[in-house]
Design a protein around this ligand. Sequence first.
Ligand SMILES: Nc1ncnc2c1ncn2[C@@H]1O[C@H](COP(=O)(O)OP(=O)(O)OP(=O)(O)O)[C@@H](O)[C@H]1O
Length: 370
Amino acid sequence: MLVLERLNKTYPPTEGQSRGVALEPALTDLSIDIGQGEFFTLLGPSGCGKTTTLQSIAGLEHPTTGRITMDGRKVFCSDTQTVVPSNKRKLGMVFQSYAIWPHMTVFENVAFPLVHGRGGCPRNEVRQKVMSALDRVGLRDFADRPAPYLSGGQQQRVALARALVDEPSIMLLDEPLSNLDAKLRDSMRVELRELVKSVGATTIYVTHDQTEALSMSDRIALLNKGRLEQLGTPDEIYNNPRTAFVAQFVGRSNILPGQIIDVSGDRCTIQLGFGVVTCPAPKLAARGERVGLMVRPHGIVVNSAKSDAPNVFTGAISHISFTGEFLDIQVAVGSEVLRVFVSSYASHRVGEQVTVQLPVDRCVALPDQG
Ligand SMILES: Nc1ncnc2c1ncn2[C@@H]1O[C@H](COP(=O)(O)OP(=O)(O)OP(=O)(O)O)[C@@H](O)[C@H]1O
């Protein structure tokens, strides 16, 4: 539905930047194919190129090279110098700063794209469309209220209603929840996803918040320095990270240096500093290869391994933090320290000898990146 092909973007030097110095590209060979009605998230640290990608889709920024197709229609192509202007791309946009107009009522704000946008919307239809959009976001009774006399969450809903009112086929959302307090953000996540799903819009969502990305998205593209680091469902990204960067950016992880000593079928054996573990074999695994063995802190099992279970080691608890929801424990095993999350109802003490099990299917061998 929305296809990005080999997008490259290098911004011209800003004032103060030396013209002779090669600039880091904001995007490098970015190719993504997004399905109709999909909730698709661009995730990554500050400066990785999320906004540049979104703005390129919006037509507010133009890639240096590449091609963008929407619903089979080419809206940007550097080869043919095609640039369809932003207002002809049938998009709805919501930004972090709600950008609603303070001198207008809620109704006038939502009606704005119909009255001043692509045009041609008859008056009686404007009323019906605005009220239906306000209905969707639960603000029908607020239509006549001046926009500033609303809470942050309500203002964000006005921005959403305004983005939806012209029935866009693509919704672009740039960190739309980041100005809301934590509790409201939690409830708005569910509401926002259901809302865009109910209108059938394809949604491109930008965030640097991994919890938001995991809980809302059908698929996630994790960007790193303008390149696509991994693309997959939340489950794939979280449970099968392909690089240490992904494992560390999304969730907490233990990454232990090791070396593959054997490969047999879909399993491999890895020599770690404190022993040997069995692990699903990565693609093209080769004996002798250096890897990082990744296991999530809540994937490790403490003190309940059967005696013949694989990947069981003995260690001593060196530190315990009570977080309320779980105990964050450090277990010294050989010269490594494993971070382990266990139930906050468990009782442990510093210095206690424990067994830790790294269940085979929770271990991931990552390429060694030095
Ligand atoms: N108008 C601009 N002129 C020059 N460089 C820019 C411009 N906009 C972005 N950049 C640079 O391009 C790179 C990607 O920026 P971008 O805003 O796309 O990242 P981002 O992932 O959205 O970051 P953030 O999460 O901080 O908003 C950064 O190195 C940034 O400094």
